[in-house]
Design a protein around this ligand. Structure first.
Ligand code: UGA
Length: 445
């Protein structure tokens, strides 16, 4: 099929490359010339495992192209919308201007369709419920033969390619007009034929359900993380160990072991802004009470950052002039994404309180240098910990989880390890002569 993907950020670029991998002819459109030049040259503009190979393969095959010229999307059979919906400046709600601009571009540049063959617009961005119907109404008055479907994306950074090519589920939100909904479904079925044939579960619903599925899933995940972080607070108050607690409750199938990792909390470009936008939307719909618990989820999450800073301060008796090695600065491993990163927020606060920082991150050092040139970013853990008064693991990259406490013990000024993600073995660090502090793991061993 001929496909366009509007917006070539994380979601759009990965989706475009995966659709080309499925054999479609794909054109990615973005306003950012530098990003388009990189992608068109087969160079990944962000860190994502497996994406560079897929991108290169697609570009070489000629099936995957990128452009800033909207006229080149004219003959696509499906336009996927993959633009961002960031949090509005100073407000909880989502900024919909990129989505609205994408629709305007599609309306303007889609070929007139004299033959009456329908063109499908498929929304992938995370949007406030009600958006799909609003956009469908706009497309309807354009005079062109558009269909609209809402087809949310559930990819995780770090696993984006796997999640797109082997999705847990595919969701179609279709028009209440049954005939048009059926036409849209046929186009999506053709597009995803390979994934469906491999057994990806398909859930078909109306527009609001599909929009809600996405924010409900992210809200549930955020709630699960804040729940275990609340238990971490209880553990800290009582001498319990939240990692054992999570293990024990996770054996119950109904609870499950995933997303029960207590620590400095969730961040990134999705979970925090999605729960806030969801609350804002519920307020507009007059059902804000249904989601007041998400306010608590957000508050618990932000308290984790205060806790990490306080822990560092207590452990080394004040921060002024102290040297702290920060291991990991991205919002999670296997990405170079710094959006709403709890690690970066904590680093900023330590810095504001007079600490000197040496930050190592396997992927994000260049981005960090652009954003905070005053931070030292040594290339190795050994350089970072040299002379440190505390070492803080803030993002659980594999190389930090596997760190050998013996080998770096002799390099530091004070053997204090703060495990912001509860990924280290306290006993092992203790035996190597360190004072270990976890997040909700009771008293220091
Ligand atoms: C999240 C969802 O997991 C995806 O399903 C969704 O498609 C995506 O948002 C999106 O809306 O686009 P992502 O932001 O890539 O994906 O990251 P997650 O893997 O969900 O992690 C989010 C944050 O939670 C990270 O900061 C991570 O460190 C933290 N986390 C995760 C914990 O603190 N504890 C856990 O047990 C799990």
């Amino acid at each position: 099929m001929r496909i366009s993907v509007i917006g070539c950020g994380y979601l759009g670029a990965v989706h475009a490359a995966c659709m080309a991998e499925l054999g479609h002819e794909v054109i990615g459109l973005d306003v950012d010339e530098r990003k388009v030049a990189d992608l068109a040259a087969g160079v990944a503009p962000f860190h994502e495992p497996r994406f560079p190979e897929l991108l290169a393969r697609g570009v070489e095959s000629g099936r995957l192209t990128f452009t800033t010229d909207p006229s080149l999307i004219a003959d696509a059979q499906i336009h996927f919308i993959g633009v961002g919906t960031p949090q509005q400046q100073g407000r909880l709600g989502a900024d919909m201007s990129y989505v609205d601009q994408a629709i305007a571009t599609i309306i303007e540049h889609t070929a007139a369709g004299e033959d009456g063959v329908p063109v499908l617009v498929a929304g992938k961005s995370t949007v406030p419920v009600g958006t799909a119907q609003r956009l469908a109404d706009r497309l309807d008055v354009s005079g062109k033969p558009f269909l609209l479907a809402w087809n949310p994306e559930f990819l995780r950074e770090g696993y984006a390619v796997k999640d797109t090519l082997h999705p847990d589920r595919i969701v179609y939100g279709l028009s209440d007009d049954v005939a048009r909904g059926e036409q849209a479904k046929l186009l999506l079925d053709e597009c995803y034929a390979k994934l469906l044939a491999e057994g990806a579960p398909l859930v078909v619903s109306n527009y609001p359900t599909a929009e809600l599925v996405k924010v409900a899933a992210n809200s549930f995940l955020a709630t699960k993380i804040s729940f275990i972080n609340a238990m971490a607070e209880l553990c800290d108050a009582t001498g319990g160990d939240v990692t054992r607690l999570a293990e024990a409750i996770g054996y119950d199938d109904r609870i499950g072991p995933k997303f029960l990792q207590a620590g400095i909390g969730f961040g990134g470009g999705c979970l925090p802004k999605d729960i806030r936008a969801f609350m804002a939307r519920a307020g507009e719909l007059g059902v804000d009470e249904a989601l007041t618990f998400l306010r608590e989820v957000d508050a618990i999450n932000l308290r984790r950052r205060d806790r990490a800073v306080a822990l560092a301060e207590e452990a080394i008796c004040g921060l002024e002039g102290k040297r702290i090695a920060v291991l990991g600065i991205t919002f999670k491993p296997d990405t170079d994404d710094l959006r709403d990163s709890p690690a970066l927020d904590i680093a900023n606060r330590l810095w504001d309180r007079g600490a000197r920082l040496a930050i190592v991150d396997p992927a994000a050092a260049p981005r960090l240098n652009e954003r905070r040139p005053e931070f030292e970013t040594p290339a190795t853990v050994e350089e970072a910990v040299a002379g440190a008064d505390a070492v803080m693991v803030l993002t659980p990259w594999k190389e930090f989880v596997d760190l050998d406490p013996e080998s770096i013990r002799g390099l530091v000024n004070q053997p204090v390890i703060i495990d912001g993600r509860n990924v280290l073995d306290p006993r092992r660090w203790h035996d190597a002569g360190w004072r270990y502090f976890g997040m909700g793991r009771g008293v220091s061993v």
